[in-house]
Design a binder for this molecule. Structure first.
Ligand code: SF4
Length: 181
């Protein structure tokens, strides 16, 4: 195990969470769960982070922010979707302004469902993420291409319109509507 895996730094972003999952992320850092005893450090700088924890669903306003944070992180990096909203859109999935879970924006390595996600599940996901981080580190050291592209996150059924990802369902809902332009 590399030294980074023994002391992973993570960045947490609240996409559009109700703050329930964010409270649980913070709980992991309290003396009760004390994730710092594993060497985990919460940083605000994407360039310093190995793990990207996202809570809440992705919408048209925050998709650019999620991608910008991801792109600023240095490889190898691991993305953890915390809570069912981040995993799939959760209860907001059918909302008119929700695009879906984090994986519509960036590749997700570990899914930690729950509403709200329990601190134990977050710590489990971080430990699982460290395994993925180590695999990616070995692959990069062996000169392999991780083959990750943001374009792959947009499913075949979705389309990018004017730089925005529009879900297939939203496109279907507008089909046949009169053109007011
Ligand atoms: S999964 Fe539940 S607690 Fe977490 S952001 Fe969504 S609604 Fe809130």
């Amino acid at each position: 195990m590399s030294s980074t895996a023994k002391s992973p730094w993570l960045i947490h972003y609240d996409a559009s969470s109700c703050n329930g999952c964010d409270i649980e992320v913070l709980a992991c850092l309290t003396p009760m769960y004390d994730a710092e005893r594993f060497g985990v450090i919460n940083t605000g700088n994407p360039k310093h982070a190995d793990l990207f924890l996202v809570t809440g669903s992705v919408n048209e306003r925050n998709i650019a922010v999620v991608r910008q944070i991801y792109e600023q992180m240095i490889e190898p990096k691991v993305v953890i979707a915390c809570g069912i909203c981040a995993c799939s859109g959760g209860i907001f999935k059918e909302c008119y302004n929700t695009l879906g879970g984090v994986d519509v924006a960036i590749p997700v390595d570990v899914y930690a469902p729950g509403c709200a996600v329990r601190p134990e599940a977050i710590i489990d996901a971080v430990v699982e993420g460290l395994g993925v981080l180590e695999e990616k580190r070995c692959a990069l050291a062996a000169g392999k291409d991780l083959g990750v592209t943001l374009e792959a996150c947009v499913t075949a059924a979705d389309k990018v319109v004017d730089g925005r990802t529009v879900r297939a369902e939203a496109l279907q809902a507008t089909e046949g509507e009169p053109d007011h332009a």
